[in-house]
Design a protein around this ligand. Sequence first.
Ligand SMILES: *Cc1c(COP(=O)(O)O)cnc(C)c1O
Length: 432
Amino acid sequence: MDLQDAGMGTKCVQAGYTPENGGPRQIPIIQSTTFKYDTSEDMGKLFDLEASGYFYSRLQNPTCDYVAAKIAAMEGGTAGMLTSSGQAANFFALFNICSVGDHIVASSSIYGGTYNLIKTTMAKMGIESTFVSPDASEEELSAAFRNNTKVLFGESIANPALTVLDIEKFAKVAHAHGVPLIVDNTFPTPVNLRPIEWGADIVTHSTTKYMDGHGVHVGGAIVDSGKFDWMAHKDKFPGLTTPDESYHGIVYAEKFGKEGAFITKATSQLMRDFGSVASPQSAFYLNMGLESLHVRMPRHVENGQAVAEFLEGQPLVTHVNYPGLPSSPYYEVAKKYMPKGGCGVVSFELKGGRKTAENFMKHLKLAAIETHVADARTCCLNPATSTHRQMNDEELAAAGVPAGMIRISCGLEDKEDLIADLKQALDAAAKA
Ligand SMILES: *Cc1c(COP(=O)(O)O)cnc(C)c1O
């Protein structure tokens, strides 16, 4: 059976690795830096990208490749790769097409680390950026483009703002300008949303989150849809359409086609030179998480929805932000792209600012205070006293992170217990 056509559950469990007769049933952890060859000629072909095979685990490792192939199958892409973190995945995806003198258009509602990467660090590499509202109209989006714009970037569900990207609209504008759309699909995962089906060209992940789901590894992934025609925009993407002198003049888009060029270049050039490689052991843990992702995501969604609905009725709560609530401005767009729901992360604001928030969180017994999301165990965070601690109340309000805001990532516990925990902590905070 061709697993490309299988259902999501079957892909989660079985895609990426097929044991040989008598081979290990579970994916083997190939914990080896290097691979042995009989002749120098054999190895030379690998270095020239004339043959495919393994020679050094900074470039490719079989365990990591099994898992990357699974994620590519889940997203409906033609090729994938793992990276050491979600940050590395987004950096590689962007830097694979942008270089000094180029320009990125990105949604302003994205993960803080990615915002810093694009806004500050890539600017130091001579790559400029313009940030647009995730709710921008086609005209407003178009107006942000320049002649040197090479990519449009957004998050399907943004961390932490929980805005939902209108992927079709973003893809339409990107393609009208002859550039690919990259979507960071960390929060919904392909179980709830497959951006490629809506026009995204490249999908990235922090696999640290739901894909792992147990808080055991930091990792990332990039999947290419194989649909973007680099050669049709030859002048815009010289890195893919003209000879790579560091690889004997290979032209990636010619030699590997639409389906393989992007990931081959990112692997053989960026991974070779930056080395942000996933370890085989981490890839193995990630695969364990993927095997149950299709079973876990519905439960995260069920708990997120129940907690959001409970919080919305509480007197101490001024506002609840969850795309599954009819009160959310993203309710309709979330229903269109994610009919099965999005994720288990909910944010809400308490009356009384950071003092009430601190008091409330101190009384939580199940939900732990952590800088993390998407774990099997429920966790929460008050940005004003942690990640955004350096900001005063005015700065927090301007950043859309009010002092009394709490982000809760609903785990896999029983929703009745989560709600009871929240209720007793709200009661205690109201009395304080
Ligand atoms: C966490 C996260 C990242 C960064 O991933 P790391 O694995 O922590 O490097 C990028 N994008 C999103 C949406 C995230 O939630």
